[in-house]
Ligand binder design. Structure first.
Ligand code: FDP
Length: 334
């Protein structure tokens, strides 16, 4: 790519030429990107920035919070609350919604985020990230948690930022998937890939294999067939990769294909899965679909799941279309 196109220019062109995004949404996305730069700096400082280690507190889901979970959450709230584009925010790290304070104008958008995905990788210097999703607030006075309970196909923007060897922002506004890389000298995100595509077929899967004995039959069948490689019914060998940060695993799949699985398991049968619908599955599901892949719970398209609560969990299968459809078929045959 010879021309250097900044995120700002890309968004202005999306607004101007294609009419995909209103000015307020453009502003929102720029503010989210700015917050990502701040989080990226803190991540890069590691132990020197005081961001490593546990905060010794628990979030609503009973998970121990890391210092960086809390720092990233605060950065995102501070950056977004005053711009006038948002009505409220919801985060994996907060019990309820955060309504934009009265001292600032209220906008029409709702922002949801997982401020620091892959928390267990923070202290070991492995790629982590943030994931976000944007909805429009339904008409009517005030704003409540109920306003957030919209299926993923109603998202108007979604993306993630990976803090790895490079800081990379990946974004969709419903017109394909674009990737931006942070140029640290300039302090701006530069477009480095457009119209990202996930190949229909794959020979690489991402799953936490240590849970295999707890999965249900369709997932066991799928993985078992992959493991049989050339000698089994698939007739080809499969490779496995598991970073353990959803952002990093999904980024690999967007870049070179593959399938990501985080299924329901029988240790906590009442929980539909580990991952969160609103902060992880919906934004990642939409990005993957926009790149030509598929995203399913095994029983239905992720983007059609009607949320019943803010912190809802879900089973996740996403990536190369033919692999995800195969898993869904194994569910329907079971
Ligand atoms: P983490 O618990 O480290 O925050 O969001 C949850 C998540 O990471 C995902 O990023 C990741 O894909 C998955 O959980 C890792 O789960 P395992 O601990 O089972 O590997």
């Amino acid at each position: 790519m010879n021309k250097r196109i900044s995120l700002t220019r890309y968004l202005v062109e999306q607004q101007r030429m294609d009419g995909h995004i209103p000015a307020q949404l453009r502003l929102l996305l720029e503010v989210v990107a700015r917050a990502c730069k701040r989080i990226s700096l803190t991540v890069n400082k590691g132990a020197l920035g005081g961001g490593l280690g546990s905060a010794e507190t628990e979030n609503i889901q009973g998970e121990m919070q890391k210092k960086l979970d809390i720092i990233a959450n605060e950065v995102l709230i501070e950056a977004n609350e005053w711009g006038g584009h948002l009505a409220a925010m919801a985060s994996e790290e907060m019990d309820g919604i955060y309504i934009v304070p009265n001292r600032y104008p209220q906008g029409e958008y709702l922002l949801m985020f997982d401020p620091l995905d892959g928390s267990s990788n923070i202290d070991v210097n492995v790629s982590i990230g943030m994931i976000f999703s944007v909805l429009i607030k339904p008409e009517g006075p005030g704003v409540s948690a109920q306003d957030f309970l919209q299926p993923g196909h109603q998202q108007v923007a979604a993306g993630y930022c990976v803090f790895g060897p490079q800081t990379t922002l990946v974004l969709t506004v419903g017109d394909g998937v674009a990737m931006f890389t942070l140029d640290r000298e300039q302090g701006s995100f530069i477009l480095t890939a457009e119209n990202m595509r996930v190949p229909d077929d794959a020979q690489e899967f991402a799953v936490n294999m240590s849970n295999m004995r707890h999965w249900d039959t369709p997932v066991k069948r799928y993985i078992d067939e992959c493991l049989q490689g050339k000698d089994g019914p698939r007739g080809k060998d499969f490779n496995m990769r598991w970073v353990g940060s959803m952002v990093a695993d999904v980024h690999r799949i967007l870049t070179r294909g593959g399938v990501f699985l985080y299924p329901w398991d029988q240790r906590e049968p009442e929980k539909p899965g580990k991952l969160r619908l609103m902060y992880e599955a919906n934004p990642m599901g939409w990005l993957i679909e926009q790149a030509g892949g598929a995203a399913s719970t095994g029983k239905q398209r992720i983007l059609d799941v009607q949320p019943t609560k803010l912190h809802e969990r879900v089973s996740v299968f996403l990536g190369s279309k033919n692999e995800v459809e195969r898993i869904a078929r194994y569910y329907s045959e079971a």
